[in-house]
Design a protein around this ligand. Structure first.
Ligand SMILES: CC(C)(COP(=O)(O)OP(=O)(O)OC[C@H]1O[C@@H](n2cnc3c(N)ncnc32)[C@H](O)[C@@H]1OP(=O)(O)O)[C@@H](O)C(=O)NCCC(=O)NCCS
Length: 118
């Protein structure tokens, strides 16, 4: 985000139909800013959030001709499959240590620590 202008966005949605905690991710970077590493930064960041939230795997679906998204997903370890005219990738996440999660402590007495995900 720059001067209240959204330059790119990443989404994470629950996929409750899977037996293990699964999320669906999607990305969008403003056209003029594509191919400058923003997509990679968003991808890395959403993986961190998903791990912190306890997801085990992430699904990403894209058009087979979307070279940028395919390269991006592959570089994060996604196994890509072509099915029903779409390419679907699965990124398997490694669990994070509880101690590695970012914690912001509130200072008011008696309050429990609040964990926030930057
Ligand atoms: C897909 C998208 C999010 C990638 O974001 P980005 O900021 O352009 O990506 P990055 O600059 O981080 O580059 C990621 C990889 O894609 C490659 N790439 C980026 N644009 C490319 C292009 N036009 N053609 C070929 N490769 C491209 C980069 O080289 C990089 O791969 P590398 O590290 O192996 O070199 C962006 O192109 C986009 O918003 N597209 C429209 C929406 C969309 O298709 N979303 C995907 C559905 S989930």
């Amino acid at each position: 985000m720059e001067d209240d202008h959204v330059l790119g966005a990443a989404e994470l949605h629950e996929r409750p139909e899977f037996e293990i905690p699964t999320g669906e991710i999607a990305f969008s970077v403003e056209r003029d800013l594509q191919h400058h590493g923003l997509g990679r930064r968003l991808f890395r960041r959403i993986i961190g959030h998903a791990q912190a939230l306890g997801y085990i795997q992430l699904k990403v679906t894209t058009h087979p001709g979307n070279v940028a998204m395919r390269r991006l997903a592959r570089s994060f370890g996604a196994h890509l499959r072509f099915m029903d005219g779409e390419t679907t990738g699965t990124v398997v996440l490694s669990p994070v240590e509880e101690s590695a999660l970012p914690i912001i402590l509130t200072s008011q007495s008696g309050e429990q620590p609040v964990r926030e995900f930057a």
